[in-house]
Design a protein around this ligand. Structure first.
Ligand SMILES: [Zn+2]
Length: 253
């Protein structure tokens, strides 16, 4: 572990009144969730275009059965528990060291770990929403798993249910709230994201243009390494965050 870098992070976070975390796939792979864009991820295996053509709102509207087939095969997560990193971030929020999280992940693990202020800009995969605009009732995974047909329907209005995730062709959720949260941060802590997916990467870039306190914890390089005050590469993210949190306790931050 790079104790020098960790000491620097502790110091910066300790003096920040408004630290926001931005999290990506790297934090959830430590909980056992595959990185869709990693070596064995579906984007790599099937190709970006094929995935985009299926995980697409127009494709969904045209043929929800085919979509659900694909979704069950590639996007249903086994019931996993939050990783150590998720738990430490939740603890940091309780201790006032973190004001919120903007995540690209759709696994709902931040909420499961107890984090309260979370903006999941790509939605949450184990939640389903009725497509009937007048209804928009929400359903959980159990309802869909136990539904007796390939395409689950709303029990109130018979509308088609869609996973409450942002498909290609749809707008991200809470766009302006996410942008506002990131650009008004005093310190931005990026964890487990290579910052290649827009618009999130753009928000972080915007932050780094005007402010200096960007901290990146990620295995491998990111698009904004050059702009980071501290970059911690490699090692287990949970262990790194645990050490940061522990040192903040010790120093009374
Ligand atoms: Zn409905």
């Amino acid at each position: 572990m790079d104790m020098n870098a960790i000491g620097k992070v502790v110091n910066v976070l300790g003096h920040s009144r408004n630290t926001i975390a931005v999290t990506g796939a790297g934090i959830s792979t430590e909980a056992g969730i595959p990185d869709f864009r990693g070596k064995d991820g579906i984007y790599t295996k099937l190709g970006e275009n094929r995935v985009m053509n299926i995980i697409n709102i127009h494709a969904f509207n045209q043929n929800p059965a085919e979509f659900y087939d694909f979704h069950r095969k590639y996007f249903s997560f086994p019931p996993v528990e939050p990783s150590k990193a998720h738990k430490i971030l939740s603890e940091m929020e309780k201790k006032g060291r973190l004001k919120g999280i903007v995540t690209q992940n759709i696994d709902g693990l931040h909420e499961k770990a107890g984090s309260k202020k979370v903006i999941a800009i790509h939605g949450t995969s184990n939640r389903y929403i009725c497509m009937n605009t007048g209804c928009q009732a929400l359903y959980n995974q159990d309802y869909v798993d136990n539904y007796p047909a390939a395409v689950p329907l709303c029990e109130k209005c018979e509308g088609v249910l869609k996973p409450d995730v942002v498909l290609f062709g749809e707008n991200i959720k809470d766009y302006s709230q996410a942008q506002e949260m990131i650009t008004s941060a005093q310190v931005l802590l990026v964890i487990g994201s290579s910052l290649t997916v827009y618009p999130l990467a753009g928000f972080v870039k915007e932050f780094s243009t005007f402010y200096q306190d960007l901290i990146i914890i990620n295995k491998g390089r990111t698009q904004l390494d050059h702009a980071a005050l501290v970059k911690i590469d490699g090692g287990n993210t949970g262990d790194t965050l645990e050490e940061i949190n522990r040192q903040m306790d010790l120093r009374g931050f």
